[in-house]
Design a protein. Structure first.
Length: 202
């Protein structure tokens, strides 16, 4: 997990699909400013050439979305990985420039079968020090990946913000089933052959 502060949150609002149904573009996107000079601002960008004007209803909905308060939910477990028998704890912080009373709904499920492990409801007020909550210890009964989802509500039917993270309960049998990596002076190796590691590193 990157510990640096996020300056903005970027989310596609509309997806463009190709003939096979794959997402190939996001012609309308939303950029929420979380830090800095423009903190609290929301920019909605339409980067496309349209053969006809947008429908008035779409413009109205986008303008209404742009004027809503910018709320960012930071959802974190106390650790990324736990030993079997340990009970995870999740902290949620609701960040908003404005003072708002929010209801936070927290749900933890097992990734493999979707079984629900915990459901919690909390009330926080943004814009003051009391803008975060911590769950009680969450009982989990077996190894694997667990998904944490939270949403914030102001009393309306639709959530005003969502957040998601996860944690892992160490699975010894799974880890023992893989061929271990070894290394020489230059490379990681697997089964005696160089094994390049690509992607993000932490």
């Amino acid at each position: 997990m990157n510990a640096e502060v996020r300056n903005a949150s970027f989310r596609p609002l509309v997806h463009a699909l190709d003939a096979a149904g794959r997402v190939v573009a996001a012609p309308i996107v939303m950029l929420d400013q979380l830090q800095g000079q423009f903190r609290g601002g929301r920019w909605i960008l339409a980067s496309l050439d349209s053969e006809s004007p947008f429908p008035p209803a779409l413009i109205r909905d986008l303008c209404a979305l742009a004027t809503q308060p910018v709320i960012h939910l930071d959802v974190r477990s106390s650790f990324a990985c736990y030993e079997p028998g340990e009970q995870p704890v999740v902290t949620v912080r609701a960040d908003c420039r404005d003072r708002l009373k929010l209801t936070l709904r927290l749900r933890v499920t097992r990734q493999d079968d979707g079984a629900e492990c915990y459901v919690g409801r909390f009330v926080v007020t943004t814009g003051i020090a009391d803008d975060w909550v911590t769950s009680p210890p969450i009982p989990v009964d077996r190894p694997g990946l667990y998904i944490v989802k939270t949403m914030a509500e102001t009393g309306d039917a639709e959530p005003v913000a969502t957040g998601e993270t996860g944690f892992w309960i160490y699975d010894r049998a799974l880890m023992d089933s893989f061929v271990p990596l070894t290394c020489d002076a230059d490379y990681f190796q697997r089964k005696g052959k160089p094994y390049p590691v690509t992607g993000a590193t932490y």
